[in-house]
Design a protein around this ligand. Structure first.
Ligand SMILES: C[S@@+](CC[C@H](N)C(=O)[O-])C[C@H]1O[C@@H](n2cnc3c(N)ncnc32)[C@H](O)[C@@H]1O
Length: 253
């Protein structure tokens, strides 16, 4: 597999990230120019991906479920991390390497799933993609659930249903990584919604209405499901109101 070669031991974290970015984008060449350019732009410009690695948000050897996974960027990134780790190139400045023992992506849009499968079917991680509405799909047992910028597409009752399914699927000491917009930041939230709208149309999708909550309301909801929650602002240097919630389940050490 071409993306297994990460040339040169990264001397610092910037070099490491550039190598991971290149390796994670490479498989998308198999899925056409659009998929490759999307991967490059999204992984390169959205700080959430690098941030998760820098903070060690993804638990080691986790069974990962990625809800609203789009074309499966996290699967490709996890594969690139595994190769970097195996080559002894993981940067000393970052915590434990992100790694996964399994990856399942759940995605509504058939075109995204087709791109994901075309690009990533041959990866050693063997990512699985389920083309289904998250409100109907079963969530497989997992250690980490990732939901980035997705829950606002369904109403409040459906959001709770999805989170309850995730809660049931997560193992003790499992983790939910949930990125949402903070509706208390009215201007940033409105800009996020507008950009979301434009991108959804550009990707050829129907634009559904969206349902937001304040950061406080998201936190209270997750705490009510038994999670211990901390929030990481994601909007520095951007006009958006995004927040990553790291929600952990208790369990025996
Ligand atoms: C803003 S994109 C985020 C994609 C990906 N999580 C990322 O961060 O790159 C939202 C994704 O959620 C998907 N989505 C929206 N509603 C969904 C639903 N009901 N079930 C599953 N996926 C859904 C969309 O098709 C889209 O791929």
């Amino acid at each position: 597999m071409k993306s297994e070669h990460l040339p040169g031991a990264p001397a610092d974290t910037q070099q490491a990230w550039q190598a991971l970015h290149t390796a994670a984008c490479q498989p998308y060449r198999l899925a056409g120019r659009w998929a490759w350019h999307w991967a490059r732009g999204k992984l390169g410009r959205d700080p959430v991906f690098r941030g998760m690695l820098e903070r060690g948000d993804l638990l080691p050897q986790a069974r990962v479920v990625d809800i609203g996974c789009g074309q499966g960027l996290i699967a490709s990134l996890l594969q690139a991390c595994a190769v970097m780790q195996a080559a002894g190139q993981w940067p000393a400045g970052w915590p434990r390497p992100a790694s996964a023992s399994a990856y399942t992506g759940i995605e509504l849009m058939p075109k995204d799933v087709a791109r994901a499968r075309r690009a990533l079917a041959g990866l050693p991680l063997q990512p699985q993609f389920i083309c289904r509405d998250m409100c109907q799909a079963a969530v497989p047992p997992c250690d980490v659930a990732v939901i980035l910028d997705v829950l606002h597409y369904v109403d409040h009752a459906a959001q709770l249903d999805v989170l309850q399914k995730v809660r049931q699927a997560l193992a003790p000491r499992g983790r939910l990584l949930l990125r949402v917009g903070d509706a208390a930041n009215q201007r940033g939230f409105a800009i996020s919604q507008w950009v979301d709208h434009v991108v959804t149309v550009a990707r050829g999708h129907r634009v559904p209405p969206t349902w937001g909550r304040t950061l406080q309301a998201w936190t209270t909801l997750l705490q009510g499901l038994g999670f211990v929650v901390r929030s990481i602002p994601q909007s520095q240097g951007t006009p958006f109101a995004n927040v990553l919630l790291v929600a952990d389940l208790p369990g025996p050490a």
